[in-house]
Every structure is written in structure tokens, then in C-alpha cells.
Design a protein around this ligand. Structure first.
Ligand SMILES: [Ca+2]
Ligand SMILES: [Ca+2]
Ligand SMILES: [Ca+2]
Length: 386
């Protein structure tokens, strides 16, 4: 090494070894991508050399230019932990290494999540045609020859993060004056907002999607909206649904809106689908939930899906013993809706029976997170009754 000190202030790279980078971090972005970032501490580097290992020793995977402080590592395997470090270099040599940072890619399998309604409102015709009901605590459906009595409901869901959808089911909670059907339609355009929608400016009812038979007691009702939701993959991702009574029964269906104090009864979709690499949940290692499986946050859609058999929980609502319709469950976690973990069942607790005992839980609505052995994750909501 020739007389480094004598050339130290001449300028240009290569006279002095760069100062080592620090603050290396690694965050999972998808089932195949981890995003890296670090702090550049040097003024004379020609670039940075990034190294990775799974098990065993580090291998250099990329070099990036001077003053670069991030790198997205792609083409990775699902549900795999990778460790990274970086060093600066110039013609004088390599700096010391940064700290090491690890992250685990998310599962490559099915993920099913609840997506809550983004906007909801009903509109009313006739003498109420210019009135907005978007902040009401109910959503009303009623059809009458007298438009002043007619109400129709609109729901909007955000599917923009999805690149594929294999299943979507709409759940609404409420009851009817008498047993009757509630009919779901695609509506357009999507530009309506709950705070301004009225009968006069409401979107137009389009393709029929499906129906639910609504009874006289408050409960969840389900409509399969898979086909219409799939259309949003090639559409704008904003999924608008209109609900009405086609039999003109002059009877009222009353559903809970998202403004209702009992917000657990707001409408939601159960969607099985894939969000593209680089989008979806990003959870740093420090905030990742404990336990097996990839780091994801509650209620957050994420990751690649090739649909297999859907996990179902029954009965739901349940008085306490809940059956899980899958044979390969690794772990079940039960959360309050505020995210507090209240029960964990691992394989030995499940004992091959695929039922979980929630008898001692208080009544209410809970979020259930199910880990399968193949790495798939499912989020479902359940209601515990007495
Ligand atoms: Ca620099
Ligand atoms: Ca609303
Ligand atoms: Ca749309």
C-alpha cells in the first residue's frame, strides 16, 4: 500500500479506504423481496458491496454506486430468513462491514383477510332525493312505488393492492321487517363519496352480483361477490356495490353502517388474493408479532396466493367450541379487535381435533389468525356468544 497519508487530501477516490456504513436494516416487502437501507458515512467511496447469507457464509450479491443508501433484493424464496451486511469500497480497498440485519420473506401461499368497508351510505328518492345520509348509523334498503319511501345502499371497498383475487365474499349485518332478499349489483362510476352521495347523483346499478336472504333478527348475511371483485383486477381496484330490494316489498332492511357505535358490525369483504411484490404489508423486524410465520400486521392484506381450500371456522357465532376446517393447522392466535392477543393454540393444543376452546372468552367479536404448515396465513373474524 503506497503512502496513503501523503495523498489523503488530494481528492478523488482511492487514496483512503472509505469509512464503513452503519444502520443496516432489512424489511420484508413480499414473498420474494426484502428491502435494505443503510447509512452512508463516507465521502470517497466508489460504491457499496452488499452481501447476503441464509445459513453458512456471506456471499456478495450486488454492488451499487456511490452515495446509494438502499437496495431491494428480489427473486428470494418465500418464508425464508436472509441476513445482510454492506461495506463501502474504492480503489484503496473495502471499508469495514456495517452491522448485520435479517428479515424473513412472507409466505407464498394463500392469505385471506377481512377488508372493511371504506365508504357506505344509503340514498332515498322522491322528496329526499337531494339528501345525503352518508353519516347515518344505519344502511337502509327498501323499494316502493313511492320513491320517497325507496332507499338503496352503496358500499365501497379498496382492492387496489390486489394483483389477483380467487375469492371475495361480502358480509353485512342487520335484519329485515320480514324475510326478504337483499340484492347486490355492481354500480358505476366509483367516484361517489359517502359524504356527498344522494339519490340524484348516485351511481348507476349495473350487473347483478348475487343475493342474500335476510331474516328478521340481526345477524351476518353473506353474498359471494367473487366474480365482480375479480373484475377489479383489470379495473380501477375500487369496488363499488349497490344493494336493493327487487321485489318491491315495501319492507325495510336495516344494516349497520361503519358510523354505528358498534363498529364491529360494519360491512366487510373476506378476500383471498394476492398483492404484488413490493406492495402490501411492510412490518419491520422490531414490530413483527412473535411466533411462526411471516411478519404481517393484523387486518392487512398481503401476499401471493394460489388458491387452495379455504379455511372456515364454525359455528360462527360460536358459544365456545370453534371448529377449524383444515388438517394442517400449525397455530391459531385469537386477538381482540384492538389487536390484543388473548389466546394462542399451538399444534399440541389442537391435538389433531382441529377445534379450539373459547368457552372462557368474553362475548364479542374477535380476530382469529390461523397459521398453516405450508406457510399460508388466514385472518377471520368470529363472534363469541354466551
Ligand atoms: Ca458517500
Ligand atoms: Ca357512512
Ligand atoms: Ca371499480
Amino acid at each position: 500500500m503506497p503512502d496513503i497519508g501523503a495523498h489523503e487530501f488530494i481528492g478523488g477516490s482511492g487514496s483512503t479506504i472509505p469509512v464503513a456504513p452503519t444502520g443496516m436494516s432489512a424489511a420484508p416487502a413480499s414473498s420474494s423481496q426484502i428491502d435494505l437501507a443503510w447509512t452512508d458515512n463516507s465521502t470517497n467511496e466508489d460504491g457499496f458491496r452488499i452481501e447476503r447469507k441464509t445459513t453458512g457464509s456471506f456471499t456478495e450479491i450486488a454492488t451499487v454506486g456511490p452515495n446509494t443508501t438502499s437496495f431491494n433484493d428480489t427473486g428470494l424464496s418465500a418464508s425464508t430468513s436472509y441476513t445482510y451486511r454492506v461495506r463501502a469500497y474504492n480503489t484503496a480497498g473495502n471499508s469495514g462491514y456495517s452491522n448485520e440485519a435479517s428479515a424473513t420473506t412472507s409466505a407464498g401461499g394463500n392469505t385471506t383477510v377481512d377488508i372493511f368497508v371504506a365508504e357506505d351510505a344509503y340514498v332515498r328518492g322522491g322528496s329526499n332525493a337531494s339528501t345525503n345520509y352518508g353519516s347515518a348509523t344505519t344502511l337502509v334498503v327498501k323499494e316502493s312505488a313511492n320513491l320517497s319511501f325507496t332507499r338503496r345502499t352503496f358500499l365501497k371497498f379498496d382492492l387496489t393492492s390486489y394483483t389477483s383475487i380467487s375469492s371475495a365474499r361480502l358480509f353485512v349485518y342487520g335484519s329485515a321487517q320480514q324475510g326478504m332478499n337483499i340484492n347486490a349489483y355492481k354500480v358505476s362510476p366509483d367516484t361517489w363519496s359517502e359524504s356527498t352521495i344522494t339519490w340524484n347523483n348516485a351511481p348507476t346499478f349495473g350487473t347483478y352480483i348475487g343475493a342474500a336472504s335476510v331474516g328478521t333478527s340481526d345477524q351476518w348475511y353473506e353474498i359471494d361477490v367473487t366474480s365482480a371483485a375479480k373484475d377489479e383486477i383489470t379495473g380501477n381496484g375500487t369496488f363499488s356495490i349497490g344493494l336493493k330490494d327487487d321485489a318491491v316489498l315495501i319492507k325495510t332492511i336495516t344494516l349497520f353502517s361503519k358510523e354505528n357505535a358498534q363498529s364491529q358490525f360494519r360491512a366487510y369483504l373476506v378476500v383471498t388474493g394476492s398483492t404484488g411484490a413490493g406492495s402490501g404489508a411492510r412490518v419491520s423486524s422490531s414490530s413483527a408479532p412473535a411466533g411462526p410465520g411471516p411478519a404481517v400486521s393484523l387486518m392487512t392484506p398481503e401476499k401471493n396466493v394460489s388458491s387452495t381450500i379455504e379455511v372456515r371456522l364454525y359455528p360462527n357465532p360460536t358459544p365456545g367450541i370453534l371448529n377449524v376446517t383444515k388438517a394442517d393447522i400449525d397455530r391459531v392466535e385469537v386477538f381482540q379487535l384492538n389487536g390484543a392477543l388473548v389466546r394462542v393454540f399451538d399444534r399440541s393444543d389442537l391435538g389433531g381435533r382441529n377445534e379450539i376452546d373459547l368457552l372462557s372468552l368474553g362475548t364479542g367479536v374477535y380476530q382469529v389468525k390461523i397459521y398453516q404448515q405450508n406457510g399460508e396465513l388466514t385472518f377471520r373474524r368470529i363472534m363469541k356468544t354466551n
